[in-house]
Design a protein around this ligand. Structure first.
Ligand code: AR6
Length: 339
């Protein structure tokens, strides 16, 4: 069920199927279409000649020939004419048609390029929104499929300029790395290190500890000790009950595979990866303190010495709990994704 954003050449993806952003003739062309034909070999063209083309918004299936992927789903995206000629509907229909073919053929892994955003000129941020929304909507309805959205270039356009700028400022203000510039004095660095343990300590750089901070810190240490005998799994299952959500809702929201969730559920002492643990905190809509409490069960904490953690802190502070939105944000800053 999860959606992953990756940076790669789609012809290198070892999936059940990759999607080709073709044209309605299906006879090859430039961009990703050209790359796929080149990597698949001449047999692909021999086959597509027999398919009778493909209307924009529809899709057709061929084998992958020499590609690492077993199959290719060819679709013809809309050409961008300014947005008033039904481009959005056609683009959405491309994703739906390809996903329907994948579902019908019981494919478990499918990789899409960002259809229409090259030669066909569709604005990337809008196309990205349509791609993510359509794929998410499809995956939520249940097929056991992993979908990759493959980018060939940087994905900073993923989240929109304003949000990107705002988060970049937050990173500038908080990310510990920023203070590790050569020449920055050691005392300041030591003071900053107080803030790298996340929010157990004062987060403003250079500020001295107040009584409130010390109480907060004592609380955190007490809660750490108090819960030492409660494992990550215990805490996670307790929180699922408290929040009144089902297991399925939880692992879907966390963008985590059902099998992984079953493993965690059946092993009290399961030790998750940090970003899997954060994904669950996010699925449970935990605030910053609760997130750190959950992380501590697995031996982690959010820290300002990690850019990804700083971004996640920004998202929690701003009530951004949609895992796909968070992953788009992390992806925009070249950080590892949750789930
Ligand atoms: N792997 C992943 N993504 C890629 C790759 C690759 N190897 N190569 C390009 N992209 P485009 P369109 C990205 O132009 O806009 C062809 O001539 C690229 O950065 O391939 O749908 C067809 O025959 C961009 O984001 O397809 C049609 O005539 C995205 O793939 C026409 O182009 C789509 O760019 C289709 O145009």
């Amino acid at each position: 069920m999860p959606l992953f954003l990756v940076r790669n050449d789609i012809t290198k993806m070892e999936c059940d199927a990759i999607v080709n952003a073709a044209n309605s003739s299906l006879l090859g062309g430039g961009g990703v279409d050209g790359a796929i034909h080149k990597a698949a070999g001449p047999e692909l063209l021999e086959k597509t000649k027999t398919l009778g083309g493909c209307e924009p918004g529809k899709a057709k299936l061929t084998k992958g020939y020499k590609l690492p992927a077993s199959y290719i789903i060819h679709t013809a995206g809309p050409k961008w004419h300014g947005g008033n000629e039904g481009e959005a509907d056609i683009l959405k229909s491309c994703y739906v048609s390809c996903l329907e073919i994948a579902k019908k053929n019981k494919f478990k892994t499918v990789a899409f390029p960002l259809i229409s955003t090259g030669i066909y000129g569709y604005p990337k941020d809008e196309a990205m929104r349509i791609a993510c929304d359509t794929i998410e909507e499809f995956l939520i309805s249940g097929p056991d499929m992993m979908v990759y959205l493959v980018f060939f270039d940087t994905g900073s356009y993923c989240i929109g300029k304003e949000l990107y700028k705002e988060i970049a400022c937050f990173i500038d203000d908080n990310y510990y790395e920023a203070y590790r510039e050569p020449g920055h004095d050691r005392d300041a660095r030591l003071q900053n290190s107080a803030s790298i343990t996340g929010n157990m300590f004062p987060s403003e750089v250079g500020r001295s500890f107040t009584e409130d901070d010390i109480t907060e810190c004592q609380y955190s240490i007490e809660s750490m000790v108090r819960h030492m005998d409660e494992s990550f799994t215990d805490y996670l299952l307790k929180k699922i009950d408290e929040k009144g959500i089902t297991d399925t809702e939880c692992y879907k929201r966390a963008n985590v595979d059902r099998r992984l969730f079953s493993k965690i559920r059946s092993n009290r002492l399961y030790h998750p990866k940090k970003y899997t643990a954060i994904a669950f905190a996010d699925a449970l809509r935990l605030n910053l303190a609760e997130t750190n409490e959950l992380l501590m069960k697995a031996g982690y904490i959010l820290t300002h010495s990690s850019k990804a953690d700083t971004i996640i802190e920004y998202c929690i502070n701003n009530n951004i709990y949609d895992i796909y939105k968070i992953n788009e944000t992390l992806f925009s800053f070249d950080q590892p994704l949750l789930g």
